[in-house]
Design a protein around this ligand. Structure first.
Ligand code: HEM
Length: 229
C-alpha cells in the first residue's frame, strides 16, 4: 500500500475511504483518557488507581505493538514506517503548503507515532519499578532494590515531561495540517473514514476477533508480570 497524491496534481474526484479500523481508534482515544486519568490520580496521591491505570496503559501499548505487527493494513508498522528521506520529503511538501493525501499515517507522522508509543512504553515500564518515596512501591520495585527504584522513579518523572512535550507537538502538528493544508486528521481518527482521491483503494482491515485476542494476550502478559514478578 503506497497510495498518495498531491492536491491539484491528482484526479479531483474524491470518495470516502475507511482508513482506521475500530481497534486503532479505540486504542487512541482510550489511551488519551487513561493518560489524563493517570496524571490526575498521581496528582491526587491515589496511587492504587494510578497503578491500575498504568497497567491498562501498558496493556494498550502491548496490544498496539501486536496490532502493528499483524493487524489491519494501516495499523502495520511495515506499511507506514518509511525511511527518513520519505519523512523529510513529506515535511518539504507541508512547508510548501502542498497537501499530500495518504491512506494512513504519513512518513513524517510515522516517526511521531513510534516516538509516542516508545515514550508511553518507557513511562509504564519505569513506573513498574518506581516508589513514592514513603510507603508505596510499584510491583517490580522489589526486584531492583531501593536505589535503583529511586532512579526508575526519577526517569518515570522525566519521561512524563517528555511525553507532555511530545503530545503538544503531536497536537500542534494535527492543528498545522488543519490550518495550513485544510486537512482534517481528527475526523478519520474518530469515525474511521477519510475523504480521499477516488483512485485510492480501501486498505485491508483485520478481523475484530484478532484484536480481541491480541488485547487478551497483552492483558495476560501484564497481569502475569505484576502478579508473579
Ligand atoms: C495523551 C495524549 C495523546 C497520545 C499519547 C497520542 C498518541 C497517538 C498515537 C500513538 C497515535 C498513532 C495511532 C495509531 O496508529 O495507533 C496517534 C495518532 C493520532 N492522534 Fe494522538 N495522541 C494523543 C492526543 C491526541 C489529541 C488530543 C488529538 C486531537 C487533536 C490527537 C489526534 C490524533 C490524530 C488525528 C492521529 C492520526 C494522525 C494521522 O492521521 O496520521 N491525539 N496519537
Amino acid at each position: 500500500m503506497n497510495q498518495k497524491a498531491q492536491s491539484g496534481k491528482a484526479d479531483s474526484a474524491v470518495k470516502w475511504v475507511k482508513v482506521w479500523d475500530g481497534p486503532v481508534r479505540l486504542f487512541h482515544w482510550t489511551l488519551v483518557l487513561l493518560m489524563i486519568g493517570s496524571y490526575v490520580s498521581a496528582k491526587q496521591g491515589k496511587l492504587d488507581v494510578h497503578f491500575y491505570l498504568g497497567y491498562a496503559i501498558l496493556t494498550l501499548v502491548l496490544f498496539r505493538i501486536l496490532w502493528g505487527l499483524a493487524g489491519s493494513q494501516t495499523a502495520r508498522f511495515s506499511q507506514f514506517v518509511k525511511g527518513p528521506g520519505a519523512a523529510l520529503s513529506h515535511l518539504g511538501h507541508v512547508l510548501r503548503r502542498e497537501r499530500e493525501d495518504e491512506v494512513g499515517h504519513n512518513a513524517a507522522g510515522a516517526y511521531m507515532v513510534l516516538a509516542l508509543l516508545a515514550l508511553v512504553l518507557f513511562q509504564t515500564i519505569t513506573g513498574l519499578f518506581s516508589n513514592d518515596g514513603m510507603f508505596e512501591e510499584a510491583p517490580l520495585a522489589h526486584l531492583v532494590g531501593g536505589a535503583w527504584s529511586d532512579t526508575f522513579t526519577l526517569w518515570h518523572g522525566y519521561s512524563f515531561d517528555i511525553i507532555v512535550i511530545a503530545v503538544a507537538l503531536h497536537v500542534a502538528a494535527v492543528l498545522l495540517y488543519a490550518v495550513l493544508l485544510r486537512q482534517d486528521l481528527v475526523r478519520p481518527m474518530v469515525t474511521g473514514w477519510a475523504r480521499l482521491p477516488a483512485a485510492f483503494t480501501a486498505p485491508r482491515m483485520a478481523p475484530v476477533w484478532l484484536a480481541v485476542l491480541f488485547l487478551l494476550i497483552a492483558a495476560a502478559i501484564v497481569w502475569a508480570v505484576v502478579t508473579y514478578a
